[in-house]
Design a protein around this ligand. Structure first.
Ligand SMILES: *[C@@H]1O[C@H](CO)[C@@H](O)[C@H](O)[C@H]1NC(C)=O
Ligand SMILES: *[C@@H]1O[C@H](CO)[C@@H](O)[C@H](O)[C@H]1NC(C)=O
Ligand SMILES: *[C@@H]1O[C@H](CO)[C@@H](O)[C@H](O)[C@H]1NC(C)=O
Ligand SMILES: *[C@@H]1O[C@H](CO)[C@@H](O)[C@H](O)[C@H]1NC(C)=O
Ligand SMILES: *[C@@H]1O[C@H](CO)[C@@H](O)[C@H](O)[C@H]1NC(C)=O
Ligand SMILES: *[C@@H]1O[C@H](CO)[C@@H](O)[C@H](O)[C@H]1NC(C)=O
Length: 940
């Protein structure tokens, strides 16, 4: 075990000077204890108390059954992390510092029995000078970190005399109240998709740093790469030279004559530029310098699907007398501009048919693009067990589904370095947010300063990542929280709005603008954007709010409607410039349920399933804060009943599986429709340029809005997202009230594409129908645009037909150029529409057959006797597989070969033998063959 790091040149990390030493506290043994409860177990660092208690089997698997409620006592108690004696500390260091990259959240730190400090923010890095404690300590010191109960402390803060209050329902309440008073992951107190464990512990690495004099330890740094003259929110000059601004945050003593130098290497480690940084400023905590790079020294970085992800290593050295290296920092970075364009619609845009108002879209290296993606939530209730492998697997699925942007939602945690690094490599833009959401927050001086320190650390830590697309202040603040105040306490609106601006513009915004030239800021997701910008102020933004003109279009949309009867009406959907959230919940597969709940509970409305549905949340079982647990289940049930045949299987597990699957089909169907509508908007007056659905992935096994289940398994939604986020899509829109049917081709390529579309009508048994509408059309679709290829009214064209027995297949094939490539490629897409709702369809048995070829590692599915809707390949427990395609339709006689990617497999490949195939026809039948499903919870 290597405890001492003499930090020399380490890529993508921070290092101290030659003579300083850094002791990694994860290499010591720790115990976790609570004397009142008579518990003392081995612990680790980084960790959280639940994880260590579970490892020691003091508690069962937190994710099992109703442990979300049963383990609430863990969150209501203190947990003390105590180290073994810290051997090997030097007695002649000039200074000794404790460095914590994160403590969750309320910690009282003692060293050698003496109080060091107390902390109150999960998201700050904490540094404490313990030189004098160490010098008065006899023997090797030990550390003791007493973590308080966040729910109890939040309640105490809320009850302080004179504490801020808000009108009823401004704080959207989940299982544990008062989250807005503390700087801790807000969803730790519950959310509508997850549990409320409120964990505590040293969740990030920690170190003891010993320094000589002079000697410095760089604990954080800011590398800002931008076009000369660039400022956040302004459209950069794409021919201006690149500027590098570097700033090192340090503790220790720097000699007076420190200089800064830099070396820029490409990904093969060839030096492309080096020299001194200029305009160097040294304070007692930062060393800052900048340089304008010689022309042409960098290849651009692009998001996935838009070009290459060219990466560079940038090293900045602090150089003392005689060229000695005092500190050296290397970070991997890249050259790109990314800006959120909220400028007024230009005359040129107006002449192109864009509605007046303002833009609200992203531009990469000066180019508009269509943002395709989803919302990322914490992938686990316990961050210390989120590994790089897990994020890699998740991000592979993001890329598989043609997504180029994730919104890292505002009430979890700031993304770890490895997550940004993976996103940099893979080309996934991360719209990043400060951790505030669905509440208004206090604005007393201490709270604001705490928030300012948090933002300062996080903005500087992450700024160099090319994947960092945006900073947003918080989730649903202007469109939801301020609206609640405006509705319920209009006489106090001005005060609450001013407080909102104090925190989200003057504190968080100002910190962003003070530290970066390259990253845009918006105070709230969702908003109507800025009204004006004035860079004479550090914080330049004046928000528009609802200062709007009818007929004009502004800003983003955030849309939910649980009235599933109008799910497929375009008139119910919002018209904006960008959609950052929309969705509907569904059940996970029975395979996922089997990981977390007992087979006794494998039915739709079992108590355990019901209580794991947090929409609407069951509330804290100890309080009267109850919601209707069956409401969220009811919405899913009614959605299935509204649109699809209702499962009624003879076998109860098969019935549970069919119901779970049916809710996933509604979800996938609805999101596909919404994405089609938003993408179609790229060619409509609202010039819509982004759709990010809610939500990418699950935090646990439960009914949620996710497209990817907790273990990585894809729901129907993720397959449909993969299909509908292709560059070129063809989409039918039927208004079942008026009978109007329109078909559009939409492209997000950056150059025009052309080819053809065709339209084929069938009855369910596969008989072609000779409908009097055109059977084909020429397609010419512009760059990031939409064209209508068929307009008809089914009341006229189908008046001799039984609508329950008519399906339409639309297909397009166009030639176009992939973005940023000088090649031509064929793009094809196919889509289907049942003219009646599927619960009224005259299905026939499509005679699906399934075979597997060992030599090609491909499955073949054939519809032998009819049209097959929502064909679904299912596989058993123990593996996570992504089929190349799933949830598709087949024409009669059509075969499809389907390859797959293995994400994980504990079955030694045996999962292949358990694969089943079904289609919507099977939902109408009593029998359903299931793949092997194994109850696999390790420790109830
Ligand atoms: C619980 O932890 C908090 C925060 O560290 C501390 O202030 C408090 O004294 C602790 N209480 C006990 C009983 O250890
Ligand atoms: C953009 O930068 C180039 C190169 O520095 C300069 O010549 C040009 O004037 C700049 N354009 C504008 C509009 O500032
Ligand atoms: C470049 O150097 C870094 C460390 O400075 C190392 O991690 C990386 O593997 C090197 N890459 C190549 C291609 O040699
Ligand atoms: C150093 O400070 C001066 C004076 O405030 C400022 O003009 C200069 O831009 C600073 N240098 C850097 C690299 O920020
Ligand atoms: C320090 O390094 C720079 C650049 O590497 C070099 O130009 C200079 O001569 C060196 N100075 C000394 C005192 O070695
Ligand atoms: C508050 O409500 C008033 C009256 O309905 C409305 O005019 C105003 O735009 C609202 N303000 C905001 C910021 O929502």
């Amino acid at each position: 075990m290597t405890r001492w790091h003499s930090h020399a040149a380490v890529a993508v990390s921070l290092i101290a000077g030659a003579a300083s030493q850094v002791l990694d506290l994860s290499t010591f043994d720790w115990t976790v204890s609570n004397p009142d409860l008579n518990v003392s177990v081995p612990g680790s660092l980084p960790s959280q108390a639940h994880l260590d208690l579970y490892n020691a089997r003091v508690i069962g698997d937190p994710y099992y059954g109703l442990n979300n409620f049963n383990l609430r006592w863990v969150a209501f108690n203190n947990w003390t992390y105590t180290s073994e004696p810290l051997t090997g500390l030097s007695s002649n260091a000039s200074a000794t510092w404790l460095v914590f990259n994160g403590l969750d959240t309320f910690a009282s730190i003692d060293m050698c029995g003496q109080h060091v400090a107390s902390t109150n923010n999960q998201f700050r890095q904490w540094l404490f000078d313990v030189s004098s404690i160490l010098s008065s300590c006899s023997g090797d010191p030990f550390l003791s970190i007493n973590f308080g109960s966040a729910p109890n402390i939040a309640a105490e803060i809320a009850a302080e005399p004179g504490q801020e209050t808000w009108p009823y329902n401004v704080e959207i309440g989940y299982e544990i109240p008062n989250r807005q008073f503390i700087r801790k992951e807000q969803s730790d107190f519950g959310w509508d998709w997850g549990p409320a464990f409120a964990p505590a512990g040293p969740w990030q690495p920690a170190y003891v740093v010993q320094l000589p004099s002079p000697g410095v330890y760089v604990h954080n740094s800011l590398f800002d790469i931008y076009r000369e003259g660039q400022l956040p929110l302004l459209l950069p000059n794409q021919t201006a030279p690149w500027v590098i601004n570097a700033s090192l945050d340090y503790v220790g003593t720097a000699p007076s004559n420190v200089g800064l130098s830099y070396t820029l290497k490409d990904s093969s480690n060839t030096t492309v530029a080096s020299g001194a940084l200029n305009d160097v400023n040294i304070t007692d905590s930062t060393m800052t310098g900048m340089v304008t790079l010689p022309d042409g020294s960098a290849d651009l970085w692009w998001p996935s699907g838009l070009g290459n992800q060219s990466l560079y290593y940038l090293t900045v050295n602090a150089v003392g007398a005689g060229n000695s290296t005092l500190a050296s920092v290397t970070k991997r970075t890249a050259f790109r501009t990314i800006v959120l364009n909220e400028f007024p619609i230009t005359d040129l845009q107006l002449s192109q048919g864009v509605a007046p108002g303002n833009n609200w879209h992203f531009e990469i290296n000066g180019h508009e693009f269509y943002a395709k993606g989803s919302n990322f939530i914490p992938p686990d209730a316990f961050w210390p067990r989120v590994t790089q492998t897990r994020i890699q697997q998740l991000f592979d699925s993001v890329i598989d589904a043609h997504q180029n942007m994730l919104r890292v939602w505002a009430s979890g945690a700031y993304s770890p370095d490895f997550m940004y690094d993976l996103a940099d490599e893979m080309g996934i833009l991360l719209w990043s947010e400060f951790e505030f959401g669905d509440a208004l927050y206090p604005v007393d001086a201490d709270f604001l300063e705490n928030c300012r320190q948090e933002a300062y650390y996080q903005v500087r830590r992450n700024n160099h990542h090319p994947s960092l697309a945006l900073w947003a202040g918080g989730n649903e603040l202007e469109n939801l929280e301020l609206q609640t105040v405006n509705n319920t306490a209009p006489e106090e609106f001005d005060r609450y709005q001013a407080e909102y601006e104090t925190l989200f513009l003057d504190t968080l915004g100002e910190t962003v603008f003070n530290n970066t030239h390259s990253i845009s800021y918006t105070p709230s997701s969702t908003s109507n954007g800025w009204l004006s910008l004035d860079f004479d102020n550090v914080q330049p933004i004046t928000e528009r709010y609802y200062n709007t003109t009818p007929g004009s279009v502004y800003g983003e949309t955030d849309f939910y409607n649980y009235n599933s009867s109008i799910a497929f009406n375009t008139s119910a959907l919002p018209v904006g410039r960008f959609s950052n959230e929309f969705g509907y919940h569904s059940m996970p597969s029975v395979q996922s349920w089997a990981e977390a709940i007992s087979p006794d509970d494998w039915y739709f409305n079992s108590t355990t399933v019901l209580l794991r549905n947090q929409h609407y949340p069951p509330g804290n079982l100890n309080t009267s804060n109850f919601y209707n647990t069956s409401l969220g289940m009811g919405e899913m049930t009614v959605a299935v009943e509204n649109w699809y045949p209702v499962p009624a299987k003879t076998d109860s597990v098969a019935n549970f599986s069919a119901w779970c699957h049916a809710t996933q089909i509604f979800q996938a169907d609805f999101y596909t429709f919404e994405i089609e509508f938003y993408r179609r908007g790229s060619g409509m007056p609202n010039r819509q340029l982004g759709s990010l659905y809610w939500q990418l992935e699950d935090i646990w096994q439960g009914p949620t809005w996710a497209g990817i289940e907790y273990d990585g398994r894809w729901k129907v939604l993720h397959y449909k997202a993969k299909d509908i986020y292709q560059n070129v899509i063809i989409t039918p829109f039927l208004n079942r009230t008026t009978g109007d049917l329109e078909v559009y081709v939409t492209s997000d390529l950056w150059t025009p594409a052309s080819g053809s579309a065709n339209f084929s009508w069938y009855s369910w048994d596969g008989t072609p129908l000779n409908i009097s509408t055109p059977s084909e059309a020429t397609v010419n679709v512009g760059a990031i645009n939409t064209t209508r290829v068929l307009t008809t009214n089914i009341n006229d064209s189908l008046n001799n037909y039984n609508l329950s027995n008519v399906v339409l297949q639309v297909q397009t094939e166009v030639q176009g150029s992939p973005i940023n490539q000088n090649t031509t490629q064929t793009f094809t897409h196919s889509n289907w529409l049942a003219i009646s709702r599927l619960n009224q369809a005259n299905f026939v048995d499509p005679g699906l057959t399934l075979s597997y070829s060992n030599s090609t590692a491909k499955f073949t599915v054939t519809a032998t006797s009819g049209v097959a809707a929502w064909v679904w390949l299912d596989y058993g427990s123990g593996a996570v597989i992504a089929f190349d395609d799933n949830g598709f339709w087949l024409a009669k006689g059509e075969s499809r070969e389907i390859g797959y990617t293995t994400k994980s497999d504990t079955t030694n490949g045996a999962w292949v033998n358990g694969v089943t195939v079904q289609s919507m026809y099977n939902q109408t039948q009593p029998e359903l063959t299931l793949p092997p499903i194994v109850a696999a919870y390790p420790n109830p």
